[in-house]
Design a protein around this ligand. Structure first.
Ligand code: NDP
Length: 295
């Protein structure tokens, strides 16, 4: 029986980070300073703390400056907006990332809108979403950008392929669909109201699952030879009592038996997100400084 090739996102991300780290000294020579990323964390959500710590570590390892701002859970929206305004005005800061989710009393749309689009390394500002949609130079959300890189590495030219994106969030599904459309895929966007999802997924040469439902996509949904990008990160009970494990949105063993290539969870899309954050920071820094930006 067929066993899909495993798309090693961890290895690809390590390569990308090494390539970016090698470009940083050129930026420093050209500008007299290192690229800087400011990460703002409000509150003490445990998952967010883990993300912020790994972003900090990766930023420093790439030779960039990391500015961490930790605010208490009861921080007012105005205090957060004031901090963003300070970071917008700070020339040493090239990228600003406000870690989501924010506490319920803060309007995350207002906060995202306050970030200078030129420093919006998460690519969530409406200006960047709009630029992506009309095909102008944008800062592109990291998870879909990383997913696209893995697809291009696995398949080369994506032109004419039918891609089914499951999920329509502003963070993953919608920008993923825009990127695939830009690559001349035929794009179908599925979501919770989609009728007969298995039949639609069976048409796909490329499946991108960004749903947040553990192992929802089954092996018999996959067209033989299709490429499966599993964005989902879901924590489920493990084999031993009290232990948990991570699974994707795709039933891995079943899908791997039918697909041509598939990303594992963990070790697939996840590592690409941070690598692309570093890439976006160097791109933002280069554009701001008027020097050549990496691809
Ligand atoms: P959201 O919850 O914002 O979006 C989920 C999407 O899935 C929605 O569009 C929803 O549809 C759709 N959906 C829900 N149930 C179904 C269903 N039964 N059938 C079809 N579609 C369904 O999640 P995100 O986009 O933020 O994240 C998606 C997954 O990716 C999560 O597991 C998350 O943890 C993971 N993730 C991983 C990252 C990484 O670094 N690898 C980064 C970001 C996210 P509707 O719009 O109709 O409600």
């Amino acid at each position: 029986r067929n066993i899909a090739s495993i798309i090693d996102g961890k290895a690809f991300a390590a390569g990308l980070r090494a390539r970016l780290a090698a470009l940083v000294p050129d930026f420093v020579r050209a500008t007299g300073r290192a690229p800087g990323l400011a990460v703002v964390l409000v509150g003490d959500d445990p998952a967010s703390q883990v993300y912020v710590r790994s972003k900090h570590k990766a930023t420093v390892e790439a030779g960039m400056l990391s500015f961490e701002h930790r605010l208490s859970a009861d921080t007012t929206q105005q205090a957060l907006l004031d901090l963003v305004a300070t970071l917008n005005a700070d020339d040493a800061v090239d990228g600003i990332l406000v870690q989501l989710p924010l506490p319920a009393h803060i309007d995350d749309k207002a906060v995202l809108a306050s970030i200078d689009p030129a420093k919006d390394v998460d690519g969530f500002h409406v200006v960047n979403a709009g630029k992506l949609a009309v095909g102008e130079e944008a800062l592109v959300p990291c998870t879909p950008l990383g997913s696209l890189m893995l697809l291009q590495d696995a398949l080369g030219d994506l032109s004419g392929l039918h891609a089914v994106v499951i999920g329509r969030s502003n963070i993953v599904g919608k920008p993923m669909a825009q990127l695939l459309l830009q690559q001349s895929c035929t794009v179908t966007i599925a979501h919770s109201r989609t009728r007969d999802l298995p039949a639609i997924v069976r048409l796909a040469d490329i499946v991108v699952a960004a749903v947040g439902r553990p192992e929802m996509v089954r092996g018999d949904w996959i067209k033989p030879g299709a490429t499966v990008i599993d964005v989902g990160i879901n924590r489920v009970p493990g084999a031993e009592p009290g232990k948990t494990r991570l699974v994707g949105d795709c039933a891995y063993d079943e899908c791997a038996a039918v697909a041509g290539a598939i990303t594992p969870v963990p070790g697939g899309v996840g590592p690409m997100t941070i690598a692309c954050l570093l890439r976006n920071t160097l791109v933002a820094a280069s554009r701001r400084a008027g020097v050549n930006a990496p691809e």
